[in-house]
Ligand binder design. Structure first.
Ligand code: ATP
Length: 598
């Protein structure tokens, strides 16, 4: 979402009260700085108001050289004071705004990071990112400038009006009856013209989309001999665009005529009336000049305030969205006070049933019972969508089961703190995410406290040390979007090294679907073997050949366990589902081998 697309928020008690909470996020010292900044702002508004007054006095003093010099000096002091206080005001506001922005960014990042997985499924990444860019940017702008400008314009309007009434009541009433009215009408007029402008832009966009579609799909157009049809379609659109653009032009013309007649007209009318008063001695010429300058200031400030008002409305919406997220309850993650306790690696699912919160009527797992002893391996197989990854999601407590419980080392995982629970696990996922950083950092991600020795040791055990050392920059080689691209097998071995470094009780392998060439496959398999040694492991298997030696194989189909046992046991079952799967994959592999090596 770009900044200009931020929706406006109606100003009401609730929105204002919510936004005032922002001040609560500031340290007390910043609130004082803001108050001081606002005092300086009032001083600059005051000095701005002195300007027309001094100008008027200077005009009235034009016959007296001494007085003229005095006025000129007064201007000099005025500008110096204005420059100084304006600089101080900006300095203070910027400081407070940037401190607040930093607090908001950190709090928001933490709040989002600590949400549960369901939150991330319900919210699109783009929407979340726009909280950081568009919404926080909007708040930042408001505290840096919009708020100050709004207050300053308000002060200028109020102060200006008071001054005008001191100069001449009659003329002030005439002024207030004309200039603000004209300014407000022109604001609405301007907004209307902008709306038409946007419509013209949309139509222009449409127009190029039609041309683009036709040219890219030219083969279809010609094959269906639809040139005439396309020309008519384009022509209709061009006609609409032509009419709208003419309308916009006329409205712009009307706008400038309105400004000339009404705004300039009312100013000249005021000068005319004022000069009458000067002639009759009711007012000095200098006073009239001050008066007209004030009129200009007030008119300009009314126009400016409207824009600031829109910005502030947008900010109220932004604040609400950001604070809603910041105040949203997070996952229960107690954080790491010291090393987490180590829990034995046996796993059991006790009659677990589950549906995703987004689809509560659709049972994804039904009455799942399974167990793995510490140090043993369990493989889960089954067709796509059977619920294999869901078993892992529950084990990590990304979601809570609707029924039944899951035990780790004999303890219900619902009783464990999430940090303790997840510290026992390491995942080698299907899609390996390498962060933009060095290979070293990517391995160390498994255990940020590990030192260099440990990282290299893990890489060696994962068969990754040799290929890493072969890069000119070794472990410092940058990977990810801005770095070099690693092959599938290399990425897997990095992921294995990462898991190795974590040294988990329970290892979870979500096997990659795409097969590697024989050489790297063999390296990955031998690394996995080292990793799995003496650890409990749960493997989600796509290629059945790799799990033949698992202690237990569970066959999952449509959320239910339909077969369970060792490879040999399952192969001995006449008409067994597993046996059929193995045979089918065997045929497939034979087919590929036959065609690749005829
Ligand atoms: P695959 O082998 O294709 O990865 P799988 O056996 O791992 O499949 P799961 O990812 O566990 O299957 O999905 C099981 C079912 O749950 C599917 O029908 C899927 O559409 C559904 N599902 C998965 N994640 C969610 C979610 N976040 N919200 C709603 N339904 C989901």
């Amino acid at each position: 979402m770009e900044r200009r697309d931020i929706p406006k928020q109606k100003i009401n008690k609730y929105a204002i009260r919510k936004s005032l909470r922002l001040f609560g996020l500031m340290p007390a010292s910043d609130r004082w700085l803001l108050a001081l900044g606002t005092l300086f702002l009032a001083i600059t508004a005051g000095t701005a108001l002195l300007f027309p007054d001094l100008l008027g006095r200077m005009v009235d003093a034009y016959t007296d050289v001494n007085k003229l010099q005095e006025s000129a000096m007064a201007f000099l002091y005025l500008f110096i004071a204005q420059a100084l206080f304006s600089f101080l005001r900006i300095g203070l506001y910027v400081r407070v705004a940037e401190n607040l922005t930093a607090v908001l960014r950190n709090r928001l990042y933490k709040a989002v990071l600590l949400q549960n997985m369901d939150f991330f499924h319900q919210n699109r990444t783009g929407d979340l990112l726009s909280r950081f860019t568009a919404d926080i940017g909007q708040i930042q702008d408001t505290f840096t400038s919009n708020l100050a400008m709004f207050l300053r314009q308000l002060m200028v309007i109020l102060g200006g009006i008071v001054y005008l009434f001191f100069t001449s009541n009659t003329l002030s009433l005439y002024m207030l009856g004309t200039v603000p009215v004209v300014v407000i009408i022109s604001l609405f007029f301007g907004r209307f013209i902008r709306k038409i402008g946007r419509q013209v832009q949309e139509l222009t966009g449409n127009n190029s989309v039609i041309a683009e579609e036709t040219f890219t799909g030219i083969q279809n157009v010609k094959a269906f001999t639809n040139e005439d049809y396309e020309m008519r379609r384009y022509g209709r659109d061009v006609e609409q665009l032509r009419k709208k653009s003419i309308f916009r032009g006329l409205m712009r013309g009307a706008f400038s005529s309105f400004i000339i007649v009404c705004l300039f007209g009312s100013i000249v009318w005021l000068i005319f009336l004022g000069l009458g008063m000067v002639r009759s001695g009711e007012m000095a010429l200098g006073e009239l000049i001050s008066f007209m300058f004030f009129t200009g200031f007030i008119g300009g400030s009314i126009g400016g305030m409207a824009e600031q008002f829109v910005q502030i409305q947008k900010t109220l919406g932004a604040v609400e969205r950001v604070l809603d997220l910041i105040e949203k309850p997070t996952e229960r993650l107690n954080g790491h006070a010291g090393a987490p306790e180590v829990i034995a690696g046996s796993v059991a699912f006790d009659n677990v049933s589950f549906s995703y919160p987004g689809r509560p009527d659709y049972p994804v797992l039904e009455n799942i019972n399974l167990s793995v002893e510490a140090g043993k391996s369990l493989a889960i197989v089954g067709p796509s969508g059977a619920g294999k990854s869901t078993v892992i999601n529950l084990l990590y407590r990304f979601y809570e089961p609707d029924q039944g419980q899951i035990l780790l080392g004999g303890k219900p995982i619902s009783d464990l703190d999430l940090y303790t629970l997840r510290s026992q696990l390491a995942l080698v996922p299907q899609e390996i995410l390498l962060f933009g950083g060095s290979i070293y950092e990517n391995i160390q991600y498994g255990n940020p406290e590990a030192g260099k020795e440990a990282v290299i040791q893990a890489a060696k055990m994962a068969n990754a040390h040799d290929f890493i050392s072969a890069f000119p920059e070794g472990y410092e080689t940058i990977v990810g979007d801005r770095g070099i691209k690693l092959s599938g097998g290399q990425r897997q071995r990095i992921a294995i090294a990462r898991a190795m470094l974590r040294n988990p009780q329970l290892l979870i392998l979500d096997e990659a679907t795409s097969s590697l060439d024989t050489e790297s496959e063999q390296q990955v398999q031998s690394a996995l073997k080292t990793l799995m040694k003496d650890r409990t492991s749960i493997v989600i298997a796509h290629r059945l050949s790799t799990i033949r030696h698992a202690d237990t194989i569970v066959v999952l189909k449509q959320g239910k366990i339909i077969e369970q046992g060792s490879h040999e046991m399952l192969m001995n079952m006449e008409d067994g589902y597993y046996r059929k799967m193995v045979e089918r994959q065997q045929d497939h592999t034979d087919f590929i081998n036959h065609h690749e090596n005829p």
